[in-house]
Every structure is written in C-alpha cells, then in structure tokens.
Design a protein around this ligand. Structure first.
Ligand SMILES: Cc1cc2nc3c(=O)[nH]c(=O)nc-3n(C[C@H](O)[C@H](O)[C@H](O)COP(=O)(O)OP(=O)(O)OC[C@H]3O[C@@H](n4cnc5c(N)ncnc54)[C@H](O)[C@@H]3O)c2cc1C
Ligand code: SF4
Length: 535
C-alpha cells in the first residue's frame, strides 16, 4: 500500500455521524480521508418537486434489500454526501434526561445507556450551535436542562398552527415550538437564506438553507488541506492485521476498481443498517461472526420507532406553508390514566394532493384529495420501539441486506393516537365551533412500499454501545470492544430508541467521540485551532 493511501483517520459515511465527525476533526491537521458511497445531491428544480421526490422516489437509493421472507424491500433511504440529513425535516431534539436511564414501558424495558444525559449535554449544546437550531427553552414540559439557550429564536407558527397551539393550551396541554435546523432569519426576511417553503421535510434544500451535514460540515471540512473526500466510493469490507486487533485495510469499490486504504483510526458511519451489514460482511478467520461481533449483537436490536402520519381534517382550511413548528410532549412519559410512556406528537411538512394520491389515505366524507390537502393538519406521531435481539440486520450469501422486524410496544402508539384525537375535540373554531373538526385519517407513509419496514428513516441500535463486551459491540467511546482502532458514530450505537427524532443525538455523540479520537491521536486543542487552517 503506497503512502498516498495511508491516513490518520478514515471516516466512512458523511451523514449526521460521519459528516459531523469530519467537521470536528478537520482543524486538527491530522490526515483525514472521508469515503462516501454516493455523490452530491444535484442542485436542480426537481429538488422541490413533490411528484419527483415523494411519488417517483427519485433521490432514494435504487438498491433493494430483503425482508425475512425473501421479498424485495425498497428502503426509503438516501446515499449521498450529507447522508439522510439532506432530506431530513431537521427537527433537532435532545433525548430527555430519563431516556438515558432504564424506563418501564407497557411493552417491556427500555434499557439504560452507559452514559448519562449530563455526559452528552455539552455536546448537545455544541451540536445545536453547529446545526443552527431554532427553538425556545422552557416550553416543552419534558425538555432536559441545557447549559445555553438555543442559538436562534424559535421558528414562528403560521396562523393556523398558532390557533391549534392556543386550542391545545386551552385544553390544558403544553404545546411548544419544535427545535428546527433551518437557516431562517425572520427578523431579516430579505437576507434570510431560508425562504420558509413547503418543500423541506423529505426534500433536499435547493438554496442550501437546511442545516444538513453536507452544507455545514462536509463542505467546511474539505476546505482544510489535510482532508480528502472521495465520493462514489463504496466500502465493501474491512480487513484486519494478523493479530485481528487492528483494521489495516479499508477495501473500496471506486470507478469499477478495488482500492485499499489504511487508517490509524477507522470510523464506520454508514447508517445503522449499512454499518451493521459492513461489519457482518467483514467476517474473517479471526472474526468468524463478523467484525467487532464476539458478542453476537452486531445487527441485532434494530429499532426505527413506531411512526404514523395522521391527518386531522377541519372545515377550516390550513394554508400553512412551513408546518413543522409545533410539538406536544405531554404524553411522552405517560399520563394520569396510563403510567407508561406513549411518545411524541409533532408535524410533518404540509402534505399536498400529489403526495397524498400516492400515500392513499382514507378519504374524509364529502372531501376530495385536493380538499383534504387544503384542510388537513398533518401530524407526525412517534413512539419508542424496544430493542429486541430478533429484530435484526443480517446478510444473505450474496452479501445482500436482510431486515427482520416485528413491531413491539404498539399499545403506547395506539394510546398516543387516542390522546391526539381527544385533544382535537377541544378545537373550537370561530366559524364552525366544535363541528369544524371532521376526524383523523391515517396516511400510508411510503407509497408502494412495505410499511413499516421500508420506512428506515430513524434506524438505530444495531451496534449498541455499553460497558459489557458480552452484551455490546462498542465501549463507551464507541470503539469496538474487540478491536483497537475501529469506531462507529452513526445511529447504530443507541441502546434504546427513545421517542424523539434521533439526528441531534447522533451529531452530539459524534462530537463527543471526536474529542476522544483527538485525544487519542495526541492532537491538543491548541493544534486543533492552529494547524491546517482552511485554504
Ligand atoms: C425523510 C426523512 C426525514 C427525517 N427527518 C428527521 C428529523 O426531522 N429529525 C431527525 O432527527 N431525524 C430525521 N431523519 C433521520 C435522520 O436523517 C437520520 O437519523 C440521520 O441522518 C442518521 O445519521 P447517520 O449518520 O446514522 O446515517 P446517514 O445520515 O444515513 O449517513 C450514512 C452515510 O453513509 C453512506 N454509506 C452507507 N454505506 C456506505 C458504504 N458501505 N461505504 C461508503 N459510504 C456508505 C451513505 O451514503 C450515507 O451518506 C429523517 C430521515 C429522513 C429520510
Ligand atoms: S424551508 Fe428553508 S431550509 Fe427548508 S427547503 Fe425551504 S428554504 Fe430550504
């Protein structure tokens, strides 16, 4: 292997985990190679076209996986620079403090994490600054303590959403402004990079105003001369030296050729499903069950949340453009009449008729799809799914991903839906009074694809971290227990999925692990600031 192919750190994947880590390590002067299987998302008008994005699934990977019965699965996931953050809704939540401890759910136990909330708190603050989170502390009744305010004021509610917030408050709930990573400056609309449009959640941002890992992290990292990014570079497997303790070769398929790279430190961040698959594909004589898998947990405990989209139809129209501003966490840990956690209520981006047609909702009486789209409030409900070792990623004999998943803890989600229905009964509009609300209608999340298996947006848990090498694959620093130089920083490390969106926790953890790696490499803070300044 030539010296050109040797690096201090190799990072595989450029999403919430890998992109954030690259940003953090870039100023250190260490030689860093970033390998990404995808390319940049092209900037084109199609970025904001609901048919092309939602119906044709144009930007989704065309790769197919298998379900447990061997049927093809078309995963709703994206391979590109920035990973899934290019398409995310940028709702950037901290986990709740109690999510880090053991929690008793109706469906079983959500296990404790090996770190506490206070271990991650400083990194949550850093991640909120880096990803320009807009929010308001003190509103969300379950929010954990924070050492700093949000860097930006909350994104304001449009009138229909403000009316709903007032109705919820009148019903005794504590609605709050969802923390969002969009580069919106409401005090300077003419200068604001974000134009507050209706094609954000699920779409790439045509004007680069979404706080995603490409724009904010990878683009910044590659300005440093010590950082190299190779796109269209699919990592096929990792090989170890004879001792089996060090990864000494990262095997990459690029431009139809096989290439090999060596890193003193190798960081896997391919997303929870692909990272597990990569380690399993890297089985060898020294690691017969797959790399870093003496515990046999790699690929197991797959979680992805129990999610649903519920459309509340009213006689009053909902002309909201940017809808993802309101959240309700009153039932997150339970309620007076049910002592178990239920989850989180917020919004998806405003649904339109084109997207609805593909998602086939039940039609409200006397409504067309166009009318439903004009009148709906489009809620997003998330409940925690629990880590089950039989819910897992495996690979078939050709190396193809097989995803096996049986939903669990479902009563929590049903109760959450019932709570939302109840809360909406309080809605009292000036024109139609209580008769305004027509009902709640479920919308299929992914057109033409299996639900919920293909909906892998919130994938996590497949390479869990923990103290015990017998029951976890990673130690508290997210280094593989079995290897000296292998780390994982995507959503794989979660021991439990909690019930808020995962990206901010992945970003914060990448910054935490980044500090550990810098220390390991002997890069002092002074060096980090002084060496390798951006060209
Ligand atoms: C439509 C949508 C909306 C979402 N909304 C939200 C939200 O509002 N809030 C929130 O917190 N989360 C949201 N999410 C989830 C969020 O995007 C993910 O949790 C987050 O991006 C996961 O980060 P990651 O680093 O684990 O993986 P990813 O971001 O998926 O990054 C993995 C990267 O690895 C690359 N890769 C994979 N395999 C290989 C390989 N073998 N070799 C080289 N590269 C490889 C991929 O191409 C990709 O770039 C949403 C997701 C989607 C799809
Ligand atoms: S709302 Fe703002 S960040 Fe989102 S896609 Fe539109 S312009 Fe971009």
């Amino acid at each position: 292997m030539s010296n050109d192919n040797r690096y201090d750190v190799i990072i595989i994947g450029t999403g919430a985990g890998g992109g954030t880590l690259a940003y953090h390590l870039a100023p250190s002067g260490q030689r860093i190679l970033i390998l990404e299987r995808g390319d940049y998302v092209p900037r084109e008008k199609a970025n904001w076209d609901p048919k092309i994005v939602n119906v044709d699934a144009h930007y989704n990977t065309k790769e197919t996986w298998l379900d447990k019965d061997g049927n093809d699965l078309h995963p709703h996931t994206n391979y590109n620079v920035g990973g899934n953050t290019k398409f995310y809704g940028a709702a950037l939540f901290r986990l709740r403090e109690r999510d880090f401890g053991e929690l008793h759910h109706h469906g079983g136990i959500s296990p404790a994490w090996p770190i506490t909330y206070s271990d991650l708190e400083p990194y949550y603050t850093q991640a909120e600054n880096l990803y320009q989170v807009h929010g308001e502390r003190g509103e969300d009744p379950t929010e954990p303590p924070a050492s700093a305010p949000y860097p930006w004021p909350a994104v304001s509610h449009e009138p229909r959403i403000q009316q709903l917030a007032d109705d919820f408050a009148a019903a005794g709930l504590k609605p709050f402004h969802v923390p969002v990573g969009v580069m919106l400056d409401e005090t300077n609309p003419h200068k604001s990079r974000c134009i507050r449009c209706n094609t954000c959640d699920g779409f790439p941002c045509l004007v680069s105003a979404k706080a995603d890992a490409q724009v904010l992290c990878v683009d910044e990292a590659v300005k440093y001369p010590n950082v190299t990014l190779l796109t269209n570079s699919l990592v096929k497997r990792l090989e170890t030296d004879a001792s089996g303790f060090d990864v000494n070769s990262v095997v990459v398929e690029r431009n139809g050729n096989e290439e090999r790279f060596r890193g003193n430190v190798v960081v896997v961040s391919c997303g929870a499903i692909n990272s597990a698959a990569l380690l399993l594909r890297s089985a060898s004589e020294k690691h017969p069950r797959g790399l870093a898998n003496s515990s046999d947990v790699v690929g197991r405990h797959y979680m992805g949340h129990t999610n649903s989209v519920l459309m509340a139809i009213s006689k009053c129209p909902n002309p909201t453009v940017f809808q993802k501003t309101l959240g309700v966490n009153d039932f997150y840990f339970g309620s007076d009449d049910w002592p178990y956690p239920m989850g989180h209520i917020s919004f998806v981006g405003k649904l339109d008729a084109v997207t609805l047609r593909a998602g086939a909702p039940a039609i409200a009486p006397n409504f067309t799809l166009e009318m439903m789209a004009k009148h709906s409030l489009d809620f997003w409900l998330t409940s925690e799914d629990l880590p089950d070792p039989e819910n897992r990623v495996t690979i078939d004999r050709n190396g193809k991903i097989v995803l096996t998943y049986a939903p669990n803890n479902l009563e929590a989600h049903e109760r959450l839906q019932a709570k939302l229905k109840q809360a909406l009964k309080h809605h009292h509009c000036p024109a139609h009074g209580h008769d305004c609300h027509e009902g709640l209608f479920g919308r299929n999340l992914y057109a033409g694809q299996r639900i919920p298996l293909a909906g892998v947006a919130h994938q996590n848990g497949t390479i869990r971290f923990g103290h015990d090498p017998k029951s976890s694959a990673l130690d508290v620093n997210c280094k593989a227990h079995d290897l000296e130089n292998l780390y994982v920083v995507d959503g794989s490390f979660f021991p439990s999925s909690a019930a808020v969106n995962p990206a901010l926790t992945i970003m914060a953890n990448a910054l935490r692990v980044g500090d550990h790696i810098l220390e390991r490499l002997g890069a002092s803070v002074a060096e980090r600031v002084g060496v390798g300044s951006a060209s």
